[in-house]
Design a protein. Sequence first.
Length: 107
Amino acid sequence: MIETFKKTLLAGLGAAVVTKDKVQAGLEDFVKQGKMTASEAKAVAEKIAGEGRREFDEASGKLGDKFREIVASVSDSKHLDRIEALEARIAALEGKPPKAAKRHAKS
């Protein structure tokens, strides 16, 4: 699961690099054609890079939050299952009827 997470993150970084190169090449073409000045191209490139960084940081944050949520839910359910199994074993050893399984729904 962690390997998939890393590959997804690296794929996103690779896409960002390719996009940056294409934007830069396009802006250089506009400068060569006289459609914009070099300073305008630089300003546009900086704006695009800033927006890209912001979007990447936001997506990375959301992805990290989701990853932590998934790991926590898997860990919680494993622990609950183990606790319930141990309670059933103890009840069986003590000769008591097992308790009904308790499931706590998260809101």
